[in-house]
Design a protein around this ligand. Structure first.
Ligand code: TXD
Length: 316
C-alpha cells in the first residue's frame, strides 16, 4: 500500500521532516503544504532533486491547497510562528491558535483518517485545540515534545558522564514547558541508576538546562528555534505508526483518567502502533515526581483556560 505523508508547515522543521522522510524512505508521496506556496514548492523541488543521490523513489509536491494533501496516512503539523529570543512558548498562544484552527478545518475535510502529529507550540494546548477543532479521534491525534525533551536530557547526561548517549535511558514527562519533568529515578546509564552516578547539584543543573533547552538554541540562532532534533523526534513517532513498531514513546497524549488526569493532553509514555496512540503506559512515580508532574499538569490546564478565553468554542 502506498503511503502518503503531508507536512503542514514547510518551514525549518517541515523542510527537515521532508528530508528525513526521503532519506528513510518512510513514504511514497510527501506533500509540503504552506501558506507560502513558493517556499513549499522550492523545498519540495530541492529535496526531490536529492532523491537520485539518496536512491529513494518518492514523489514530492509543494502546495498551499489542502486538496493536494487528500487521504494522507500521516499529517505532521508545524504551521505557526516559532519563538523569538526571550519569548516563552506560551507567548505564541494567540497567533498559533488561529493558525491551528485553519489547519484543523483543512485536515478534517481532506484527511479525516490520518494519524496527526502536532509539533506547533505551545504544544500541549495546541494539540488539544487541534483535536477539538478537527473532531478527529483522540487516539489519532498526538503531540511531539517528550521525545525531544528526553533526547536533550539524555544528551546532557552523556556529556557530563562521558558515556555514549545510547547507553542513557530516560524520559521526560508532563507539559512541554519550563515545568516539564525529567524522570530522574527512571534514568539509567548502562543499566545503573543515574542517581548513583551523578552529584545532586550537577543533576539539578542538567534538569534546568533541559527545561531551557529550546531557549538556549533560540538564543544562539537568533532567527527561529531548534529544528533538527524536533524533526528527528517527529519522525520517530511517524515511523512507529507507519511500521506498526509499537514503540513506547513519551508524547503528548489525551488522558482520560490515566495519571489521575481527565480530558487533557500532556506528556506521558504512549505505545504508538498502527492504531495510533494505542495505550498510555502508567509508570509508578515517587512522591517528588508525582508532585512535579502535578505542577506541570496545572500549568497546562491554566494555559488551556487562557486558550478558552481567546476562543470560547474550545470549552465545548
Ligand atoms: O517540541 C516541540 N514541540 C517544538 C515545537 C520544538 C521546536 C519548535 N516547536 C514549534 O514548532 C515552534 O515554536 C513553532 O510553533 C513550530 C514550527 O517551528 P519552525 O521552526 O518550523 O517554524 P518556521 O520555520 O517559522 O515554520 C513555520 C511555517 C512557516 O513556513 C509559515 O509560513 C507556516 O508555518 N504557516 C502556515 N502553514 C500552513 N497554514 C498556516 N495557516 C500557516 N501559518 C504559518
Amino acid at each position: 500500500m502506498k503511503k502518503k505523508i503531508s507536512l503542514i508547515g514547510a518551514g525549518q522543521i517541515g523542510g527537515t521532516l521532508a528530508h528525513l522522510i526521503s532519506i528513510k524512505e518512510l513514504a511514497d508521496d510527501v506533500v509540503l503544504f504552506d501558506v507560502d506556496e513558493d517556499m513549499a514548492k522550492g523545498k519540495a523541488l530541492d529535496i526531490a532533486q536529492s532523491t537520485s543521490i539518496n536512491g529513494s523513489n518518492i514523489g514530492f509536491k509543494g502546495t498551499s491547497n489542502y486538496e493536494d494533501t487528500k487521504n494522507s496516512d500521516v499529517i505532521i503539523i508545524t504551521a505557526g510562528i516559532p519563538r523569538k529570543p526571550g519569548m516563552l512558548r506560551d507567548d505564541l498562544l494567540g497567533t498559533n491558535l488561529k493558525i491551528i484552527k485553519q489547519v484543523a478545518e483543512g485536515v478534517k475535510k481532506t484527511s479525516p483518517k490520518a494519524f496527526v502529529i502536532c509539533i506547533t507550540n505551545p504544544l500541549d494546548v495546541i494539540v488539544m485545540a487541534f483535536q477539538k477543532y478537527s473532531g478527529l479521534p483522540t487516539n489519532k491525534v498526538v503531540g511531539m515534545a517528550g521525545i525531544l525533551d528526553s533526547s536533550r536530557f539524555k544528551y546532557f547526561i552523556s556529556q557530563e558522564l562521558k558515556v555514549p548517549v545510547k547507553n542513557v535511558e530516560s524520559l521526560v514527562l508532563g507539559g512541554h514547558g519550563d515545568t516539564m519533568v525529567p524522570m530522574t529515578n527512571q534514568t539509567t546509564v548502562s543499566g545503573k541508576p543515574l542517581n548513583k552516578l551523578i552529584q545532586k547539584e550537577k543533576l539539578d543543573s542538567i534538569i534546568e538546562r533541559t527545561r531551557k533547552g529550546g531557549a538556549e538554541i533560540g538564543k544562539l540562532l537568533q532567527k527561529g528555534s531548534a529544528f533538527y532534533a524536533p524533526a528527528s523526534s517527529g519522525i520517530e513517532m511517524a515511523e512507529s505508526y507507519i511500521k506498526d513498531l509499537k514503540k513506547t514513546l513519551p508524547c503528548a497524549a489525551y488522558l482520560n483518567g490515566e495519571y489521575g488526569v481527565r480530558n487533557l493532553y500532556a506528556g506521558v509514555p504512549v505505545v504508538i502502533g498502527n492504531l495510533g496512540a494505542e495505550k498510555v503506559i502508567e509508570i509508578k512515580l515517587d512522591d517528588k515526581e508525582k508532585e512535579n508532574f502535578e505542577i506541570s499538569i496545572k500549568a497546562v490546564k491554566e494555559l488551556f483556560e487562557a486558550a478558552i478565553k481567546i476562543d470560547p468554542d474550545l470549552a465545548k
